[in-house]
Design a protein around this ligand. Structure first.
Ligand code: ADP
Ligand code: TRP
Length: 348
């Protein structure tokens, strides 16, 4: 089973990103042959500063490695290191119905937000399909917002095969029955990431870099401490039992009305959280004490990754060599597929 996913890096990673996405990616490397790439061509649809683009790409690679992506198990590479993806993107574009792109939700969402669309944004799903199909991926783990893109990739793979592979039957894509030919392009399936609860930020809203309420994964130690110490709490006296979060939260717009409690629950080992939970409900401890506990939990959870992050940042040549190695392995797959694709369409 081949697992593939792309990550766009669009800013400093926070613990919401970790629990909501990165953790699952890292776990999946033990389930099959995995390909992870940094979608730096895709990022050009939103980043226009070359220095920032380069830096973000490097940072995403370092973050993944620091969080446990093991280059011996998974193939980690930059999208742009395998240029064949652009060739497949063009060829797929010739079988992509315009109507599909017009109803792409990602595109419609961006327009609704007032972003003035360019061709790159419009064509984004075609490049994404090329990313997936180029490496004959079976499974693509993604969040809900990306599922439509995987369905497109599947549909266009069928279109390509039906157009260019004599004897291909869409009802039998692997050509198992007599007289049928298997497709050249393999059909992928989305794997919806089990939805982790939304991680609250320090103000109780969804943790998001756009709200300035994050606890970053690799940020400055003092800043992390400051953020944790300023988690929003109420004025319950030290001796009194503390209110536990209501579900749904009593204040509209919040994902948690006791973010300190929810973050402790997320980061503490189960047995330790049980003690915290008991004392929280009994009273006798102030919020300051719980914040210290959370800071400890943060360092216990992310300390090793932060250490690796610092080491990797100090070793750009080592990181580059991991990425090059990943690209070489990915390119072998890409070359194999593109030879068949070119032959099928009549490109010498
Ligand atoms: P941000 O909201 O900070 O811009 P992104 O939209 O870049 O984060 O999200 C990247 C990934 O992290 C997505 O898969 C998203 O589902 C996950 N994610 C982001 N914030 C949270 C959160 N607060 N709780 C759970 N998952 C999150
Ligand atoms: N569009 C994806 C996102 O924003 C990133 C991505 C690009 C991707 N190419 C991909 C994800 C291929 C899975 C497979 O999250």
């Amino acid at each position: 089973m081949r697992i593939l996913s792309g990550v766009q890096s669009s800013g400093k990673l926070h613990i919401g990103n970790y629990y909501g996405a990165l953790r699952q990616f890292v776990q999946l490397q033990d389930e099959g042959e995995s390909y992870y790439f940094i979608a730096n061509y895709h990022s050009l649809t939103s980043l226009r500063d070359p220095k920032v683009s380069l830096e973000m790409t490097r940072d995403a690679a370092v973050a993944y490695l620091a969080l446990g992506l093991d280059p011996k198990k998974a193939i980690l590479f930059r999208q742009s290191d395998v240029r064949e993806v652009l060739e497949l993107y063009w060829i797929l574009g010739t079988v992509t119905p315009l109507a599909n792109l017009e109803r792409a939700t990602s595109y419609k969402d961006k327009i609704a937000k007032g972003i003035s669309p360019d061709f790159g944004l419009f064509a984004y799903p075609v490049l994404m399909a090329a990313d997936i199909l180029l490496y004959s991926a079976d499974i693509v783990p993604v969040g809900k917002d990306q599922v439509q893109h995987i369905e497109f990739a599947r549909d266009w793979a069928v279109k390509f095969n039906a157009q260019y592979v004599p004897g291909y039957d869409p009802a039998d894509p692997e050509g198992k029955e007599r007289g049928h030919t298997p497709g050249i392009i393999k059909l992928p399936a989305a794997r919806l990431q089990e939805s982790t609860a939304v991680v609250p930020g320090i103000d109780g809203q969804k943790m998001s870099k756009s709200y300035g309420n994050t606890i970053d994964l690799f940020g400055d130690e003092k800043e992390i401490k400051k953020r944790i110490m300023s988690i929003k709490t109420d004025s319950t006296p030290v001796d009194a039992p503390k209110p536990v979060p209501q579900q749904p939260p009593s204040t509209p717009g919040l994902v948690s009305d006791a973010p300190l409690y929810d973050l402790l629950k997320l980061m503490l080992p189960e047995a330790e959280f049980r003690d915290v939970d008991a004392s929280w409900k009994a009273g006798g401890k102030g919020y300051g004490e719980y914040k210290k506990k959370l800071l400890e939990a943060y360092h216990a959870t992310f300390g090793p990754a932060r250490q690796r992050y610092a080491e990797l940042v100090a070793d750009p040549a080592g990181v580059e060599s991991i990425l090059q190695d990943g690209a070489n392995r990915a390119r072998q797959e890409a070359t194999r597929l593109m030879e068949q694709v070119r032959r099928a369409v009549g490109i010498p």
